[in-house]
Ligand binder design. Structure first.
Ligand code: BMA
Length: 348
């Protein structure tokens, strides 16, 4: 048994409003208050940017150099999140935040300090690229955590005030640990991308299972880099979204240009019971760095998605992504339209 026993349920969520309509395809709660802007007239893109971008600038709190690659989730009638904040010493930290509308954020000035039973694991060196996933009775946080190199840190919170840290999911080196929002085949399930100690010129997405959120195994290969925008490496982004057509996985893909890496994002549909089986996968990207706030910053040419809010009855989706490793941005999609696009433009 994992030494960090999963605590008794302290939070419960009303699931009576879960919907599964054949038109909208999304399986999940109604969240009518997520950010939304209609697709601009004449726009032919499947994913379109918020007119308010970047929604979080680089320095809304005194010590931040940049705030990007961050995760937002519904929290009661409002929203909460975990944010990547690189401070002015250029240390990588993760901070908690709250928002009434998921656009204007109050981000804690101090980084998250995890409560951890294991000093060996709880010794925080760096953390970045957080994901947050509501699972059963609490919000799990996964992030790229230093333990003799980057690996996947796992923690949880009930209130975004106190955070508890569990065992790292994997041996170093690994990044982009993304939990599924429910158990699959009776097990917790996570996507991740084994890496190296540095900027990793390779990277495939793998699937792993755990009976207890501590011991991870049953590793399966999901997908490798392919051509063009996703030819160097790929990594899962937001928590996968359950649909009648499969798990919708938004992922980043990287091409190596003569000026370095370029991070874009696309989407895939994974089998609902065996998510290591890719049903469809976008050959063209959905969004690539083209706006100034994606092309200019501490790391140019990066659009890096880490979270998505979805309103199941309407199929509206708001995607949070980091721009140029400097700011936080929002983009929108309509899930039924996106699924159709993934199907029609797929190369697996
Ligand atoms: C990756 C991660 C991301 C970052 C990206 C581009 O390896 O470090 O946090 O956005 O590189 O620099």
């Amino acid at each position: 048994m994992c030494r960090f026993a999963v605590q008794n349920a302290r939070l419960e969520r009303d699931t009576s409003y879960m919907v599964d309509t054949s038109k909208q395809k999304t399986i999940g709660p109604a969240l009518p208050n997520i950010p939304w802007e209609a697709k601009p007239v004449g726009c032919r893109d499947i994913v379109w940017r918020s007119s308010r971008n970047p929604i979080i600038p680089r320095n809304p709190i005194p010590n931040s150099n940049s705030i990007f690659n961050s995760a937002a989730v519904p929290f009661g009638d409002e929203f909460a999140g975990v944010f990547r904040v690189d401070n002015k010493k250029r240390e990588m930290r993760i901070h908690s935040g709250k928002s009434k509308d998921a656009i204007h954020w109050e981000i804690d000035e101090e980084p998250i300090s995890f409560i951890c039973d294991e000093p060996e694991i709880g010794r925080f060196v760096y953390g970045y690229d957080p994901r947050v996933c509501w699972l059963e009775d609490r919000y799990y946080v996964t992030w790229c955590n230093w333990y003799h190199g980057p690996t996947i840190g796992v923690g949880y919170t009930y209130d975004f005030v106190q955070f508890y840290q569990l065992e790292n999911a994997f041996l170093p080196y690994n990044r982009n640990g993304v939990l599924f929002p429910r158990k699959l085949n009776g097990k917790y399930a996570m996507l991740s991308r084994p890496s190296d100690t540095g900027h990793t010129p390779f990277g495939d997405i793998f699937y792993s299972e755990s009976p207890d959120m501590c011991h991870w195994g049953h590793h399966r290969h999901v997908m490798a880099p392919k051509g063009g925008w996703q030819s160097t490496k790929v990594g899962a982004g937001p928590t996968p979204i359950e649909t009648t057509e499969g798990w919708l996985m938004i992922y980043h893909g990287v091409i190596t240009s003569c000026n370095g890496f370029v991070y874009s994002f696309g989407a895939a549909l994974l089998d609902r019971d065996e998510p290591w089986k890719v049903l469809y996968r976008t050959a063209p990207y959905l969004l690539s760095p083209q706006e100034l706030y994606e092309c200019v910053g501490d790391v140019p040419n990066v659009a890096f998605p880490c979270a998505a809010l979805v309103d199941a009855p309407t199929g509206r989706m708001a995607i949070y992504y980091g721009g140029a490793d400097t700011v936080t941005c929002l983009a929108y999609a309509q899930i039924d339209e996106l699924i159709e696009y993934v199907r029609l433009n797929s190369e697996v």
